[in-house]
Ligand binder design. Structure first.
Ligand code: HEC
Ligand code: HEC
Length: 355
């Protein structure tokens, strides 16, 4: 054997010796971290954040909470193509899941918020979501409920006021609890070989060999790694695919709405595929109703690949292996203002129409 052949064979042989099968896939995938908590995420803060997340009184009509569109009793979304907020108004985009949203480098389809805290300020004052006029009005509502003031003080100090910064800090702490580790893929990567079925393993290998992992890699299958920068992918990358017109995939400019840079036209954040079986319909416009069709669309629009039905079945089987263990959540008991409602919707609505 001459030197050059040996040089080629040796690293391969060493790689095979050192790496088990699971480690080969571990280059593309990683187990979901079992915690996303930051220092300061105390139980009291998380409980306060949970209350605010579930409280519909933070909306103008008193009917819409974060949980209305991000139902954590299920997939963390609303199952609708696009969400419905106060007064039956609908927005332009599909609600992403809040499960595992801690594991991404930016929030929203176009990444316009860098953090969960910044993100949580948006919906309260979006007129098609919670419809409040301004954050001051949200804070006024919270302060109308005396027990909330005490809870804010218990978490943020006796001298602290109820502020929007503290409110979103608490909500984000709660969202960091919304993680779903120990999916079959995680157990498989931890060398529990029977954690995934043979169809799921075939699907995983196809997912890698087709090129899906170019974007959907890492613990949340969205390209995120701890401390990674926000990245956006072109979608659709193959603009003449028939699916593009069928599902109106170019109506929304995506990232450039947020960055103002036309080079970002039709770029979107790669979404997590964790629990993707639970969050139909799919894509930023919610136009694709089934996961099988979403896989066909992705293969065609991102990789110029036409999948067979058997391949689609294996890919969707793989995605079932991304359903994790959901933490036990106990319904919060929301504080009330004794003997009085804090919702004065008709007057507030008039005020909104006048402003
Ligand atoms: C009326 C429905 C609605 C309500 C109410 C709502 N959201 Fe959302 N949420 C959405 C939609 C739609 C998006 C995506 C919007 C976009 O990308 O432009 C979104 C995006 C998000 C994201 C980003 C997830 C990701 O993967 O990028 C998080 C986190 C989130 N919402 C949390 C919250 C919190 C916290 C509240 C309450 C303060 C809330 N939402 C209220 C519909 C809603
Ligand atoms: C070039 C990057 C890239 C590649 C390659 C890619 N994706 Fe995606 N994927 C994305 C982006 C970006 C989105 C969000 C599209 C949007 O705006 O709706 C997405 C969305 C999805 C969704 C829908 C998620 C949701 O919450 O609605 C699924 C399912 C999916 N991809 C699976 C796949 C599969 C399977 C493959 C391989 C056949 C693949 N992707 C290849 C970037 C990519």
């Amino acid at each position: 054997m001459n030197y050059t052949t040996r040089a080629r064979i040796q690293p391969l042989a060493i790689a095979i010796l050192i790496l088990g099968i699971a480690d080969v896939h571990a280059q593309d995938f990683a187990p979901l971290p079992k915690t996303a908590a930051l220092p300061g995420d105390t139980n009291e803060k998380i409980e306060l954040g949970k209350k605010l997340f579930f409280d519909p009184r933070l909306s103008s009509t008193g009917t819409v909470s974060c949980n209305s569109c991000h139902n954590v009793m299920e997939g963390g979304d609303d199952g609708r193509a696009t969400s419905m907020g106060v007064d039956g108004l609908t927005g332009p985009r599909n609600a992403p899941t809040v499960w595992n949203s801690a594991f991404q480098a930016s929030q929203f389809w176009d990444g316009r918020a860098a953090t969960l805290e910044e993100q949580a300020k948006g919906p309260m004052v979006a007129d098609v979501e919670m419809g409040m006029l301004a954050h001051d009005q949200v804070i006024g509502r919270i302060k109308d409920i005396p027990a909330y003031i005490q809870e804010f003080q218990a978490v943020y100090g006796d001298d602290s006021d109820v502020t929007i910064e503290n409110a979103v800090d608490a909500i984000a702490a709660f969202e960091r609890v919304l993680i779903t580790p120990d999916a079959p893929l995680d157990r498989y990567l931890a060398r529990q070989k029977d954690a995934m079925s043979s169809a799921q393993i075939r699907g995983m290998e196809l997912f890698e060999s087709t090129g899906c992992t170019e974007c959907h890699s890492g613990p949340a299958l969205n390209g995120w790694r701890p401390d990674s920068e926000a990245e956006f992918a072109p979608f659709p990358r193959i603009p003449d695919s028939d699916y593009v017109t069928q599902y109106e995939l170019t109506a929304d400019l995506g990232r450039s709405n947020a960055s103002g840079d036309s080079a970002d036209d039709h770029h979107f954040k790669t979404p997590t595929l964790r629990n993707i079986t639970l969050t139909a319909p799919y894509f930023h416009n919610g136009r694709v109703n089934s996961l099988a069709e979403a896989c066909r669309v992705m293969a065609a629009t991102q990789l110029d690949v036409e999948l067979t039905d058997a391949e689609v079945a294996d890919l969707t089987a793989f995605m079932e292996s991304l359903e994790g263990e959901f933490p036990e959540l106990i319904f919060p008991r929301l504080p009330s203002r004794s003997g009085e409602s804090v919702i004065r919707a008709p007057a507030e609505k008039r005020q909104r129409e006048e402003s």
